[in-house]
Design a protein around this ligand. Structure first.
Ligand SMILES: C=CC1=C(C)c2cc3[nH]c(cc4nc(cc5[nH]c(cc1n2)c(C)c5CCC(=O)O)C(CCC(=O)O)=C4C)c(C)c3C=C
Ligand SMILES: [Fe+2]
Ligand SMILES: [Fe+2]
Length: 324
């Protein structure tokens, strides 16, 4: 039976995560993720021996302990849990006319799996929202690639709208600023606000990826909304570097260390590039970088959560749809 009562589908797409807490599941996720040429652009002949011979056997084991520390009480990865919640919140907000669903770029619940369902077969229009506020070829464009690949084999293509970024969207900027203000009201203001985004290889930027510019734009708009000085009160940094190539800087861990060494005792850290908390925020920032800060003489690093299941996420996404 068809359930396409509205014939308009909104598909939220996030990165994905391992299905369960096991080395096998983590290895499977990494294999799919790191085999995407958009993520690692090295020639396959060069990359696959490194991926299969070194990265997958070693990194999956190392990551098990990290994922164990941040796994959500729903027995799923936080990223999966919050993406599901964001889809539900948006569906509640725009009850009539649209069906909302979610998919992940890597691992289970792929774009193809979701769109292939019988219930979506006759949908006339599709709005795809990659849950990455700042465009990057390594994230947003890979969603586009998968969408194009899926429709390559189909004989009906709906009207498609693709939201490529929302780095300067006022509802998004205000939502992040509100989150920081709430944190300040509860805990007081730290000496510095560190605004940390996932890093990417410099080579991508040189080839035309707008990510670096978009991160800077979000950063300056956020400081403006908070009425703080972007040169003094806050700092922009980039986390989660992977491999030996040059990635955009300054590295979050270097800034945290430098802060501590220059007698800054407290720092607030926010990660506006992630719509949901995940390994990179809950482990890398809230645990690892906090340890770095304290080991170098800092007193407290306070991590400000992502928007997660805050109903404001539905306001942001609804605004993007409304604009379309
Ligand atoms: C190897 C290259 C990578 C690029 C380029 C990259 C860009 C990028 N990633 C995110 C968001 C997330 N990345 C996450 C984990 C993660 N990322 C990489 C590598 C690259 N990312 C790896 C190897 C991993 C796995 C963890 C690790 O080994 O450190 C996650 C978290 C997933 C989870 O399960 O919680 C997110 C989210 C963005 C936004 C981005 C470019 C802008
Ligand atoms: Fe990443
Ligand atoms: Fe990482």
């Amino acid at each position: 039976m068809l359930t396409d009562f509205s014939r308009k589908l909104i598909l939220l797409v996030n990165l994905g995560s391992p299905d369960e807490l096991s080395v096998v599941a983590i290895r499977k996720f990494l294999r799919i993720f790191l085999s995407d040429q958009r993520v690692v652009g090295l020639p396959k002949l060069l990359w696959y021996p490194i991926l299969y011979g070194i990265i997958l056997p070693i990194r999956a084991k190392k990551l098990l302990h990290k994922y164990q520390q941040i796994w959500h009480s729903s027995n799923s990865s936080p990223l999966v849990y919050y993406t599901q919640e964001q889809s539900r919140l948006l569906q509640e907000k725009i009850a009539n006319g649209y069906t909302v669903d979610y998919a992940f770029s890597y691992g289970s619940t792929s774009i193809a799996e979701v769109l292939n369902q019988e219930k979506y077969k006759h949908f006339e229009s599709l709005i795809v929202i990659p849950l990455y506020p700042q465009y990057s070829s390594s994230t947003t464009a890979s969603v586009f690639d998968q969408l194009a690949k899926y429709y390559r084999a189909k004989y009906f293509i709906p009207e498609i709208q693709f939201i490529n970024s929302f780095s300067s969207n006022p509802v998004y900027i205000k939502a992040i600023a509100d989150k920081i203000r709430q944190h300040w009201e509860l805990n007081g203001r730290a000496e510095r606000l560190l605004v940390s985004f996932h890093s990417v290889p410099v080579a991508l930027i040189e080839k035309g990826d707008s990510y670096f510019e978009e991160c800077k734009l979000t950063y300056f708009l956020l400081c403006k909304e908070l009425a703080i000085n972007p040169e003094i009160d806050a700092k922009l940094s980039f986390q989660s570097k992977f491999g030996r190539a040059k990635w955009i800087e300054p590295a979050t861990s270097d800034v945290v260390e430098l802060f501590a060494k220059t007698q800054i005792k407290t720092v607030d850290v926010v990660c506006p590039g992630f719509m949901s908390d995940c390994l990179e925020t809950l482990e890398e920032i809230a645990i690892m970088n906090k340890e770095i800060f304290i080991a170098n003489g800092g007193y407290d690093l306070r991590y400000i959560s992502c928007l997660n299941d805050d109903p404001v996420v539905a306001d942001i996404l609804n605004e993007l749809i409304r604009k379309e």
